[in-house]
Design a protein around this ligand. Structure first.
Ligand code: M6R
Length: 615
């Protein structure tokens, strides 16, 4: 997790780095730092806190001239977030400086060896160990920086995206990648380094995404040379033309990215099925599925691996695949799956769901599944991400960049892609008729409009949020397709407002959680007309008789639940498998408004980061 930025060229590096760090702050924000080369020496400033804190420290501490520099925004792994543990880190001589995103697992052993050779350490970080290892190799083997980095990296175990420079050779930056993302932007006589392309979008659309186990020496007037870290072989890098634009990564008038992303859902869902679903021709076409249709049709089962919100999308998909395509599905937390010696066969299809495509546990789970012969299908949002590349085939969601730490449009677009796959397989298997198939396609095509309609309750939801913002605990209940939505609603509330919340299948309430209910407990119930409606009405009665406060998400026009609940939020009617795409909208808005009313940092909640690239 952590964001890294670097620049070498003809502009002032500091302003590019600072702006870049602000764009990468979603990756971690417990401390930040920069190191600039001013033509004579390295100027370094770092601090606990956010990029804004860094900016004020820099203005008091260092001059900002220089057209070479590196910067870092941190999500702490080794060592608490404080000034000393912040990046960049110097080597003992003060000649070399490094930024690092990742973890060096064998750093303790290396640290001990370096200590025995006289090195001292100021921080608790694994990164300071790595820069001193590089220095040690450089001195002892009398090699250039690039070679020293390569030799050192061959001794470490772990994950990294690093950028290093040497003040005695300040016309080059050396970068390397394993397990953490690293993009190099190529401009005219200038180069940019970043964890994703957002820091350099306004300067260049040409980028190289380093592959795992690759490193690059970036020299100002000589260009880039990319090599394999293991065997030193030269790589001819693929220069991509970026499709992203600046508007997509800015707030566009919204107070927070999360709100912008909630409101982007109608277009994000439409973009996700556009070109894949054709009602006129009555087909759904996704090349990743078509090319592997035989495998899908012969699959004994589908195993879905994911984390967090993506795991909730996987649970919705379980209902879809079983219900529509009659394929057995298991949904696994990637972190549990990878460590529990799972039984996997060649006839299993593993679907990995990940917005970022960089989640360490999901990546490790698919590597394990591949080793054991399974076919891996990735559902990712970030194009070219590690999970997308590691998968045998896949389908992208087209949500556009999701910057708010709380996932919103990623969830609904994941469900959209998974619905397309379930429908395509159902048709191919003949488990639904052509008229049912057509009806599902028509309904899916209406969803963006219905999401827009659901968003119209925003002001009403804000009033409800105000009433319940001081709750200490909340329950979320749903059944069938909307049970995962209850889990997702609870996760959204916890992560941005820090209110304790639990999601449950409504019928499970009687097996324990019902004991929690009293007049102080708000209970958010998803009670749409489609799917176990009568059952959920009975559950609402049970809550009511124990004086719980009921906030129900209902189908427009519902009068029965209106009579029972303290508050209702209406969503348009749709077919049951698609209800999660609508019922999730008010729950996202509720958590958003509760967090805002409580004065929380919605886009950067405490202790979290957007992509969890550590296990
Ligand atoms: O990038 P991924 O979808 O793999 O991320 C998985 C989780 O870390 C993520 O969904 C997390 O739970 C979100 N913060 C939830 O809003």
């Amino acid at each position: 997790m952590c964001g890294i930025v670097g620049y070498i060229g003809h502009r002032e590096a500091y302003s590019i780095i600072l702006k870049g760090l602000r764009r990468l702050e979603y990756r971690g924000y417990d401390s930040a730092g920069v190191a600039l080369y001013d033509g004579n020496d390295i100027k370094l400033s770092k601090t606990k806190g956010k990029v804004d804190d860094l900016a004020s420290k820099v203005s008091q501490e260092i001059t900002t001239e220089g057209s070479l520099g590196i910067g870092h925004t941190r999500w702490a792994t080794h060592g608490e977030p404080n000034n000393v543990n912040s990046h960049p880190h110097y080597s003992n001589s003060g000649d070399l400086v490094i930024i690092h995103n990742g973890i060096i697992e064998n750093y303790e052993t290396i640290k001990q060896e370096l200590k025995n050779r006289g090195y001292s350490f100021h921080s608790d970080t694994d990164t300071e160990v790595l820069i001193n290892l590089i220095e040690d190799v450089k001195k002892n083997e009398n090699v250039k920086l690039g070679k020293a980095v390569q030799i050192a990296l061959n001794q470490v175990v772990g994950a990294y995206a690093i950028a290093v420079f040497d003040k005695n050779k300040a016309n080059e930056i050396v970068v390397a990648k394993l397990g953490s993302p690293l993009a190099i932007g190529i401009g005219k006589e200038e180069f940019f380094i970043a964890s994703d392309a957002s820091p350099f979008l306004e300067y260049t659309k040409n980028a190289i995404y380093l592959e795992d186990e690759e490193m690059a020496v970036i020299r100002l007037h000589k260009g880039i040379s990319v090599r394999k870290i293991k065997d030193d072989s030269l790589v001819d890098p693929y220069i991509q033309e970026l499709q992203l634009n600046l508007e997509q990564i800015e707030k566009g008038g919204y107070e927070h990215f999360m709100l912008k992303e909630i409101y982007e859902q109608p277009s994000a869902i439409r973009d996700t099925y556009r070109g894949r679903l054709s009602i006129e021709q009555a087909i759904i076409k996704m090349s990743g599925v078509e090319d592997n249709m035989k495998r899908f049709l012969n699959a004994d089962r589908i195993i879905i691996v994911a984390c967090g919100t993506s795991w909730h999308a996987g649970l919705v998909a379980e209902y879809m695949f079983e219900d529509l395509a009659r394929i057995p599905v298991e949904v696994e937390y990637a972190s549990e799956f990878r460590y529990r010696n799972p039984v996997i066969s060649e006839n299993d299809i593993v679907i990995a769901i990940s917005q970022s495509g960089e989640t360490a546990d999901t990546l490790a789970a698919i590597k394990l599944a591949k080793e054991r012969g399974a076919f891996v299908f990735g559902v990712c949002n970030v194009v070219g991400s590690s999970i997308a590349r590691e998968s045998n085939a896949g389908a992208y969601t087209h949500a556009g960049p999701e910057i708010g730490v709380a996932s919103t449009k990623a969830f609904t677009t994941q469900i959209t892609v998974l619905m397309l796959i379930a429908l395509r397989l159902a048709r191919a298997k003949g488990t639904i008729s052509s008229s049912e198939f057509r009806m599902h396609m028509l309904e899916l095509d209406l969803i963006p409009e219905k999401v827009e309609n659901a968003l119209k309750s925003d002001a009403h939801i804000q009033l409800i949020a105000d009433k319940f913002k001081d709750a200490k605990n909340c329950l979320y209940l749903g059944r069938g397709y909307n049970f995962p939505v209850a889990l997702e609603g609870a996760l959204k509330l916890k992560e941005i407002s820090y209110i304790h919340a639990e999601g449950y299948p409504a019928a499970e309430m009687k097996h324990g959680p019902i004991a929690l209910i009293d007049e102080n407990m708000p209970i958010f119930v998803i009670a749409t007309k489609k799917g176990h409606y009568e059952k959920i009405v009975s559950n609402i009665q049970e809550i009511k008789s124990r004086k719980g406060k009921i906030i129900a998400v209902v189908t427009q026009g519902d009068e029965v639940v209106k009579e029972l609940a303290d508050h209702v939020i209406e969503v348009p009617e749709t077919i049951e498998p698609l209800t999660p795409l609508l019922t999730t909208i008010p729950l996202q808005l509720l958590s958003y408004h509760m967090a805002v009313l409580l004065g929380k940092n919605v886009d950067q909640p405490r202790n979290l980061a957007k992509s969890v690239t550590v296990e």
